[in-house]
Design a protein around this ligand. Structure first.
Ligand code: PGA
Length: 255
């Protein structure tokens, strides 16, 4: 499968970090460092930073994403934010199904699928996270788990809509732990996910879908991971909070 058919996307996932002034400062530091990027550059920031990030990146090559959205358009869902609300702000991307949502906030394959539907209906591009727990890897069921997560989340997503889906393979044991999957492990699972997409749609769709790797990707290991034929970018947590580190990963994806 031809990597040149796909656009690499490096997305930062800031998680629950940065006040507005801190967000603005980080973006201002980042802008000159990534302005010549030859890949997609996205920062997914807390809701409270969305307007700040949109203003600071207006007219630049950095796109802005949210870290979640609800499945309803509006209604009695205290504390939630809907996809149309994000779209109206000018947000382009949204992370859905992150393992921290699954682990700590009761997110399931069913709610992930509903959120994906809502995000697509609102016109957003989805960064869809999937990945196995350490026990699942050790039990030898990584492919079953990521296959099921992928199929569940893409249920009802048309072939045309797939163009607004970025898959992010994030082994849960590698997130925030400093324990990166080896380049071979990342590529193996990314390749498997691509075969799942091929079965759901067709070869052209599988060839075209961007599949990121996420989990302790940093300035040092990015090049080796991004060199893999099925790794089309990264979803970056910790290292996205430091402009030089994030920029180094963007650079590695731009070669
Ligand atoms: P990490 O997080 O880079 O800090 O491991 C990745 C993620 O959660 O998306």
């Amino acid at each position: 499968m031809n990597k040149n058919l796909r656009k690499a996307v490096i997305a930062g996932n800031w998680k629950m970090n940065k006040t507005r002034p801190e967000a603005k400062a980080l973006i201002q530091e980042l802008l000159p460092l990534v302005k010549d990027a030859d890949c997609g550059v996205v920062i997914c920031v807390p809701y409270t930073n969305l307007e700040t990030a949109l203003a600071a990146t207006a007219g630049t090559n950095i796109a802005v994403g949210a870290e979640n959205c609800h499945w309803a358009e509006s209604g009695a869902f205290t504390g939630e934010i809907s996809a149309p609300m994000l779209k109206e702000l000018g947000v382009e991307y949204v992370v859905i199904g992150h393992s921290e949502r699954r682990q700590y906030f009761g997110e399931t394959d069913v709610t992930v699928q509903k959120r994906v539907r809502a995000a697509l209906d609102a016109g957003l591009t989805v960064i869809l996270c999937i990945g196995e727990l350490l026990e699942q890897r050790e039990a030898g069921i990584t492919e079953e788990i990521v296959g099921m997560q992928t199929k569940a989340a893409l249920g009802g997503v048309s072939r045309e809509e797939l163009g607004r889906i970025i898959l992010a393979y994030e082994p849960v044991w590698a997130i925030g732990t400093g324990k990166t999957a080896t380049a071979a492990q990342a590529n193996e699972v990314n390749h498997y996910i691509r075969t799942v997409v091929e079965k759901l749609y067709d070869k052209e769709a599988a060839d075209g879908v961007t599949i990121q790797y996420g989990g302790s990707m940093n300035a040092k290991n990015a090049e080796e991971l991004l060199d893999q034929p099925d790794v089309d970018g990264g979803l970056i947590g910790g290292a996205s909070l430091k402009a030089p580190d994030f920029a180094a990963i963007v650079k590695a994806a731009s070669r």
